[in-house]
Design a protein around this ligand. Structure first.
Ligand code: PLP
Length: 371
């Protein structure tokens, strides 16, 4: 946590919007928040201060895989809070050992390092790659290669690995030794990996850039090239892992085993029922070809690209205001769907019905009108 004297030089936002909501006046306005105040969650729904219920296709941005306020999770948190919250990493603690054993058994990887967030998981992976090269006496091997369009987090190392310049503006200089290669371009990757590369980090499905899956051949080539040149292959599964694309680890869907996998967000189990949602999005694309490009993604990590002059943000706002459906706009004008993995078929049908109404209204009014 940080407390700032003023946010004026950082962001400018209308006072009237900020003051409507509890605590908003003193929250740093670095995130663009929708003007609703969420007070409660139940399963796949969020409830605002006025009692309005929203179907939640955002799930804390792919975090709440098992839905909101699930009784078993609430009970487990309460039980642990009543037993022990923190004992430091100077001692062993049974639950962390049990979870590490389970992750190792299910992934086939050997060692687990726990952190508090996704960006820290990536920092640890980057540091691991550099330390390994250092221990081997390979002083020339320190470069970290990542993909164009990637997002790996907001701390300095993870931010340096993030290729998208949008997240870096105003924070330079960033740590050195980072380079970027085009996503899904095997020939470029072949050129980029050599004996100076400590690790190649890649999202099997890019999330923030607008839900873009890697080609399985690209990941297989990455495995081969990393092996050939002695670099580590790191899969950032922070958004696409833990069941979201249909297997517990995304690398199992792609059939390529990394050396390191980073996890955070929905580090819990779940049951993805993605097909109906995917078919529904395909239907929207076919019905409104001027508004939508073909949907992308896997399992319950889906993106519906919006064609200009239509704006994903305007569709998100209309869905929320008029139909109590929470969506999110990501990357290049794309609607992102990362709902709780426990979403039922009935809830998916309801999501599609509300989405269809939203889209019909936008189509009737044309791209210029906003809700
Ligand atoms: N990596 C990916 C692929 C992500 O999607 C995110 C968050 O959106 C992160 C890393 C950073 O995770 P956190 O927000 O938990 O630091």
């Amino acid at each position: 946590m940080s407390v700032f004297r003023t946010q004026a030089p950082i962001v400018a936002k209308a006072e009237s919007v900020r003051e409507q909501f509890t605590g908003e006046r003193h929250l740093l306005a670095n995130y663009a928040r929708a003007p609703i105040e969420i007070v409660r969650g139940e399963g796949c729904e969020l409830i605002d201060a006025q009692g309005n219920r929203y179907l939640d296709m955002v799930a804390g941005i792919a975090v709440c895989a098992l839905g909101h306020a699930r009784p078993e999770i609430t009970a487990a948190i309460a039980e642990q809070a009543a037993t022990l919250v923190q004992a430091s990493n100077l001692f062993y603690h049974e639950p962390s050992g049990t979870l590490a054993n389970k992750l190792a058994a299910r992934s086939g990887l050997e060692h687990v390092f726990f952190s508090n967030s996704g960006t820290e998981a990536n920092e640890a992976a980057i540091k691991l790659a550099r330390k390994l090269a250092y221990r081997k006496g390979e002083t020339q091997r320190f470069r970290i290669l990542s993909c164009e369009g990637s997002f790996h987090g907001r701390t300095f190392g993870a931010l340096a690995a993030t290729a998208n310049p949008h997240y870096k503006e105003g924070f330079e200089p960033l740590p050195g030794g980072f380079a970027y290669t085009p996503f899904n371009d095997i020939a470029a990757l072949e050129q980029a990996i050599d004996e100076t590369v400590a690790a190649f980090i890649v999202e099997p499905v890019q999330g923030e850039s607008g839900v873009k899956p890697a080609d399985p051949e690209f990941l297989a080539a990455a495995r081969r090239l990393c092996d050939r040149h002695g670099a580590l292959l790191i899969f950032d599964e922070i958004q696409c892992g833990m069941g979201r694309v249909g297997t517990l680890f995304a690398f199992q869907t792609f059939g390529v085993r990394p050396d390191v996998v980073t996890l955070a967000k929905s580090l819990a189990n779940g049951l993805p029922i993605g097909a109906a949602l995917r078919e529904g999005l395909q239907g929207l694309h076919e019905r409104y070809p001027a508004m939508f490009a073909p949907p992308r993604g896997l399992g319950l990590m889906l993106g519906l690209p919006v064609r200009e002059p239509y704006e994903a943000k305007a569709i998100v706002d209309r869905a929320r205001v008029a139909h109590h459906l929470l969506l999110n706009a990501a990357g290049d004008n794309t609607l992102r769907f990362v709902p709780p993995l426990v979403i039922s078929n009935a809830e998916i049908a309801e999501v599609l019905a509300r989405l269809a109404r939203t889209v019909a209204e936008v189509a009737a009014e044309g791209p210029e009108r906003k809700p």
